[in-house]
Design a protein around this ligand. Structure first.
Ligand code: DPP
Ligand code: ZN
Length: 848
């Protein structure tokens, strides 16, 4: 398959003004008739130009240009589309009509028009529209769509305004990837929102019968998102109707189709009994994310798919800020950094590393990555910090004003910031162009009242940044005296050269420096501190992020030493942790985060930084042992903490209640190591909400005491698909490593393991593959098991398969024996005769 390159971008020869689509729905033979008005692109090169349209898996029944039918030999069809020779194409403009037949039921890739539980739905981003009809399936072609749907279903939906049953008109020009169609027997939950200029908007959430009572939170989150975007970005909604549809079979989280968002049902449906606090939080974030795309993505879209971060990085940044406003900024920041480090840093340190704006791809679906999304959001955060809040807002205003209705590039985005701030952002742009995570190292010197702080940026351990130019790194910095006071105000040091020394005068003693406060840049901070210094910051830093970071740093050092078989005393750390856990002045959610030890994967990463080869089983044991040390130190406090954090009254998913539950459950996790899971058993059998029921189940399973609860949970929830996903996932992810493979093998044979459903597949196979000690078992049978399933799924659903191949992305960090076992499996996948181009691209990179 060909490599697509950013430098090869060319405008199309024709633009599209208007599209009329007619769908005659049929499960296996849907007929799609399109009438497309093309006109010449004045900027195109010399002609004459063929008509080249994208199309895949389409049966062409009929085509005409300006009413003249085209004969079979006048339309040249191939696997990627069709061409009509230039001499048959009126060069100034023409109307193209065609009818194609497609098979929604046979569409297991869940891209284009497909069926899920008897309903029709679509997924067109990035290039699914070409599986619906022949088209210029590229985001810079923006057109007005009219849609007519013929079918028996009581609900027939598409984008824009409803003209009558099955007939839709979207007044806003849009690229094809934002097209959507839904048809089926659906129930609707309705509400309304009045925009700040007084437009009444009808809000509808469509779900299957029986799920109507699970939409309250999503609806509430939607209304809060709409208000937030008005208040913080001056963005109003622009149609009279906003619809969300919940779909069970969905490759991604959700999709921002104009006026008709389609969601994976797990990101819409929630009741206290069926959804956890984490599910509620994710629903709030993704509802906001997709809604925010209406401006950052839809009204202003991407010129080409290399610019994906233009809409995704910005929209993630916006949804993170929204969540922070709704909940707690300091907790949100810690959680966002945890995600970044868990997903993006490893990606950027391994064979799948790419810049926030990639320069080439084989399959664009493979670039919906943590780098484009999460690092893309970090880049926006740095930009905002560099220009300041007011300038940021002014630049965004200019962006919306200047580019409304356009398909843009990162250059357009950067230019509005340059124009408003007067700054030259050429160097800043390197964040979009250079891959890899910069490492910032630190030197300090203090003499006669002068403190010199030298910061350096460098290549990372994997060598990815060798020959890279210095980037602009904002380093928020605080200075602490031995009594915890701050002799100097916090400042943002700008490291924009390979090395820079910052000088501070008039100090009476060497300060303890608190670097990269709030995680002000997505870098690895290589700051050698002794344990006293770290402990000091852990106790005294006024920046909550760095307070947490100091504690985490101590824990990571301890865990690495333990995993390397050294005898360590964690008592000091456990004691400091105890003080924080019991500090009623601190947010319970923050205290819960403190009590949660770094993940096994994070420990492996840290060992890598220290130059050691991680042993997944030793890491698993070390983590368990440190937990036990902490539990013992807190032994007399845990029952009380667990009881005190109980939330009385009816369940509410708000941040305060969720934070208390999080701390309560963190205490329970420790307590269970001392009381033989007695309290966890009680909670499991007595819980009245999924957050507590599920946490208790997880504790029981990881202790090897879950058998009864597992059975009971299944019986209680076997008819609730989303809860059953949890049942698969928790067993796959928390069963003790020695037993995990047998458990997941058996679950793979379970009657409810509908592996064609992406959520179910990810729950079981993904759940197992992200439990390092189970997946990386020394005999390699974990790898073989996952590879078997990936090969099987690839034949049906390349997108979900390719994404999950990412679980092998860190394979070179392990020992030679494991590397050999893994590469054997990767080669086996690669040799699959019908391997998709999606999976082929990922495996090819992993093996390169
Ligand atoms: N554009 C979707 C989202 O990130 C993913 N396809 O919202
Ligand atoms: Zn998005």
């Amino acid at each position: 398959p060909p490599t697509i390159r950013l430098v090869d971008y060319q405008q199309p020869a024709f633009w599209i003004e208007k599209v009329n689509l007619k769908f005659a729905l049929h499960p296996t033979a849907t007929k799609v008739t399109s009438e497309i008005t093309f006109h010449a692109n004045a900027d195109r090169g010399d002609g004459p130009h063929d008509l080249r349209l994208d199309g895949r898996d389409l049966k062409l029944i009929h085509a005409s240009i300006d009413g003249r039918d085209l004969a079979d030999d006048e339309v040249l069809c191939d696997a990627e589309g069709l061409s009509v020779p230039a001499d048959l194409v009126p060069q100034e403009g023409f109307t193209w009509r065609c009818t194609v037949e497609i098979n929604p039921e046979g569409n297991t890739a869940l891209e284009g028009l497909y069926m899920s539980n008897g309903m029709y739905c679509t997924q067109c981003e990035a290039q699914g529209f070409r599986k619906i009809t022949y088209y210029l399936d590229r985001p810079d072609v923006m057109a007005r769509f009219n849609v007519k749907i013929e079918g028996e279903a009581p609900v027939l939906l598409s984008n824009g305004n409803k003209i009558n049953h099955g007939s839709w008109q979207d007044p806003w020009p849009k690229p094809a990837y934002l097209f959507a169609l839904v048809a089926g027997e659906l129930e609707v939950v309705e509400d309304q929102f009045t925009t700040r200029s007084g437009r009444d908007v009808v809000l509808q959430i469509f779900v299957r019968k029986g799920d109507e009572d699970k939409c309250d939170y999503a609806m509430d989150a939607l209304k809060r998102s709409m208000r937030w975007d008005e208040e913080h970005y001056g963005r109003e909604y622009d149609l009279d109707l906003f619809m969300i549809v919940a779909v069970d079979d969905f490759n991604m989280g959700a999709m921002e189709n104009k006026g008709l968002n389609i969601f994976n049902s797990r990101l819409v449906l929630a009741t206290p009994e069926t959804a956890t606090d984490a599910n509620y939080k994710a629903i709030e974030a993704v509802i906001a994310h997709e809604y925010f795309h209406n401006w950052t993505g839809n009204r202003i879209t991407c010129r080409d798919w290399f610019q994906l971060c233009l809409k995704e990085g910005l929209t993630v940044f916006r949804d993170q800020k929204f969540s922070g406003d709704m909940r707690s900024h300091s907790v949100q920041r810690i959680e966002d950094v945890l995600t970044l480090r868990a997903r993006q840093f490893p990606e950027d340190a391994g064979p799948l590393s790419h810049p926030v704006r990639p320069e080439e791809y084989i399959e664009i679906n493979n670039f919906y990555t943590a780098t484009v999304y999460e690092k893309g959001a970090e880049v926006i955060g740095m930009l905002k910090r560099l220009v300041g809040d007011e300038t940021y807002r002014a630049a965004c205003d200019l962006y919306f004003e200047r580019h409304d209705g356009q398909a843009c590039t990162i250059e357009d985005w950067i230019r509005v910031f340059e124009d408003v701030s007067g700054q030259d952002l050429t160097q800043f742009k390197l964040w979009y162009q250079q891959n890899g995570t910069p490492v910032v190292s630190v030197d300090e010197d203090f003499s006669q009242g002068t403190y010199r702080l030298t910061l350096r940026q460098d290549a990372d351990a994997s060598g990815h940044r060798i020959d890279k130019a210095a980037q602009v790194i904002p380093v928020m910095t605080g200075f602490l005296d031995t009594d915890g006071s701050e002799p100097l105000p916090e400042q943002c040091l700008i490291l924009d050269a390979a090395e820079k020394t910052f000088v501070f005068e008039g100090l009476t003693a060497k300060p303890v420096v608190s670097l990269l406060r709030g995680f002000s840049a997505p870098v690895i901070l290589d700051h050698t501190m002794d344990s006293d210094q770290r402990m000091f910051l852990f106790k005294h830093d006024s920046d909550t992020f760095n307070k947490w970071e100091a504690g985490r740093g101590i824990a990571l050092d301890l865990l690495c030493d333990m995993a390397r078989g050294q005898l360590v005393k964690g008592a000091n750390f456990a004691d400091a942790l105890r003080t924080i856990a019991l500090d009623g002045a601190l947010d319970p959610n923050f205290r819960a985060l403190m009590l949660t030890l770094p993940s096994e994967d994070a420990i492996a990463v840290h060992m890598g930084h220290l130059g050691a080869v991680p042993d997944p089983e030793a890491i698993h044991r070390a983590r368990h042992d440190l937990k036990k040390t902490i539990a013992k130190q807190l032994a007399s406090d845990l029952p009380e903490l667990f009881a005190a954090m109980r939330v009385r009254g009816p369940y509410s998913p708000d941040a305060d209640a969720a934070g208390r539950r999080a701390l309560r459950l963190a205490a329970l996790g420790l307590l269970s190591l001392l009381d033989d899971c007695a309290a966890a058993q009680d909670l499991y059998w007595g819980a009245d909400n999924m957050t507590e029921q599920f946490a208790a189940l997880s504790i029981l399973i990881s202790a090897g005491k879950g058998a009864d609860a597992i059975d009971a949970f299944y019986k209680q929830w076997k008819d609730e698909g989303l809860v059953l996903d949890k049942w698969f996932a928790i067993q796959a992810g928390t069963t003790p490593p020695e037993a995990a493979l047998d458990v997941v093998r058996a679950l793979g044979e379970h009657g409810d393991f509908n592996w064609k459903n992406p959520n179910r597949f990810r729950s079981l196979i993904g759940g197992f593959a992200t439990a390092p000690a189970s997946f990386h078992r020394a005999d390699g049978r974990g790898y073989e098991f996952v590879a078997d399933w990936l090969i099987k799924l690839d034949a049906l659903n390349p997108q979900t398969t390719a994404r999950m191949c990412g679980v092998f992305g860190t394979w070179k960090r392990y020992d030679k024996k494991r590397q050999t076992l893994i590469s054997t499996q990767l080669r086996r996948i690669q040799k699959t005769p019908t391997l998709s181009k999606d999976t082929g691209e990922i495996i090819g990179k992993l093996l390169a």
